[in-house]
Ligand binder design. Structure first.
Ligand code: PMT
Length: 401
């Protein structure tokens, strides 16, 4: 199942380190190429020799050990793995990840990699519930790190509670699910729009909105994870382009319109998460508008409605729209779904705290023309994106093996 996949297993210094041997062994048996990086503390609990033998690869501990190949090893590993799993992840390692400390081989790879990262925390229950650890986990989640467990039960320190590392079989199952779903949309072409368009008033000013682009970027990442060839048509944002996604940068609604329409005939899926300005200033002054004593009148003219246009010309494409609403969420969203002729609509109540523009989380409902409706609880935008991706896969008629 994992043939052709490269996985880096990071092991930090806790009693559960002995279970990493089973994790490595299971991954190898499934055909994965496994590399191991241990913290110095981890080597007190389990010998590198054990993990070297099970992984059939050299084990990395020190940053400045004699190189095994000519290249910069921590960077080479960081760039070439399909996933990184840290099991066990101690409170100390999670804290280092949260603030970006890179003071040994493992923490340096974790900072350098753009591959998906999974952590399986393992620690005493009081350490797990400490607000520092909880905040660190929250920070990591907002950066798309996936947290596995921990479980509840008897702990090495003699108490009962949360903090036991999840069982290796469970950890490996989650990794397998993730790495095999990466085939779900293989061969499909997807386009996502993201961010808020900027409509110039003069050389230094524009009309804009509060979209950060996070929702659209998360969707592009989720589609790419599932193997879709993904294009992001993005209004200005500071966000990094997700791994292996192609970005086309635009500024105005008209530019977004032109870029999307050019790509549309080649696409299997188009998702319009961008906040597109409905109007633009009629005039874009060639010089900075000077302050005047009186009111300033700016005439606005309508922009093209990109989604509605796509709804009119679509043939085989799955078209997904968003509706950002401040009142009558479902009724307004259903109306948009019909008017714009989309196959699925994501209704977004942008007045809820932690939802909509600029937030890391979102709470949305999925609406379908056949009357189906799915209400998701508030969750990280990447998790919303993965739910959305799985629904789209269903609409395309592809399901997990
Ligand atoms: O970027 P974030 O900070 O993460 O915030 C995410 C978000 C709130 C921007 C996102 O979740 C969202 O709701 N996006 C849609 C915003 C929007 O403009 O909604 P709307 O109801 O005005 O538009 C309806 C649909 O028509 C949208 O799919 C929009 O992309 C599209 N549209 C709108 C106007 C226009 N001229 N052309 C369009 O294609």
């Amino acid at each position: 199942m994992l043939r052709g996949k490269k996985i880096l297993v990071g092991v930090s210094g806790g009693i559960a380190a002995y279970k990493s041997a089973e994790v490595v062994s299971r991954l190898r048996k499934l055909g994965a190429e496994v590399h191991v990086a241990m913290t110095k503390g981890a080597t007190e609990f389990i010998a590198p020799l054990t993990l070297r033998t099970l992984s059939m690869n050299p084990v990395h501990v020190e940053m400045f050990e004699e190189p095994k190949r000519w290249n910069v090893e921590h960077i080479a590993l960081a760039e070439h793995v399909d996933a990184v799993l840290v099991a066990p992840a101690t409170a100390n390692l999670l804290a280092k990840m949260a603030v970006g400390i890179a003071d040994d081989f493992l923490s340096t790879v974790l900072l350098a990699t753009r591959a998906p990262i999974f952590v399986a925390p393992a620690m005493n229950h009081a350490m797990f519930h400490h607000s520092a650890t909880q905040q660190n986990l929250e920070t990591l989640r907002t950066r798309s790190v996936r947290v596995i467990g921990p479980d509840t039960g008897f702990q090495a320190c003699g108490t009962d509670g949360d903090g036991r590392m999840s069982e290796p079989v469970e950890i490996v199952k989650i990794l397998v699910d993730f790495l095999t779903s990466s085939k779900l949309l293989e061969g499909k072409k997807a386009l996502v729009t993201a961010g808020g368009t900027q409509e110039p008033l003069d050389p230094v000013r524009y009309l804009g909105n509060r979209s950060s682009g996070r929702m659209g970027y998360a969707i592009a990442q989720a589609l790419q994870e599932a193997g879709a060839e993904t294009i992001l048509v993005s209004a200005p944002t500071d966000l990094p382009v997700p791994h292996e996604v192609k970005r086309i940068s635009v500024m105005t609604a008209q530019e977004m319109h032109d870029a999307v329409l050019e790509q549309f005939p080649k696409m299997d899926v188009v998702i319009k998460a961008a906040a597109v300005a409905d109007y633009r200033p009629k005039e874009n002054a060639s010089q900075k508008i000077k302050k005047q004593g009186t009111s300033l009148w700016v005439e606005l003219v309508p922009n093209p409605d990109i989604l509605a246009e796509l709804g009119k010309i679509k043939s085989t494409q799955i078209l997904v729209g968003f509706a950002a609403e401040t009142e009558n969420l479902i009724a307004n969203a259903q109306d948009k779904m019909r008017r714009k002729n989309v196959d699925m609509l994501v209704a977004n109540d942008v007045t809820r705290p932690g939802s909509g523009f600029g937030s890391f989380t979102n709470s949305v409902s999925f609406l379908f023309p056949d009357g189906r409706r799915i209400d998701l609880p508030q969750m990280n935008k990447l998790e919303v994106a993965r739910h959305l991706r799985d629904e789209i896969a269903g609409l395309l008629g592809v399901t997990k093996e």
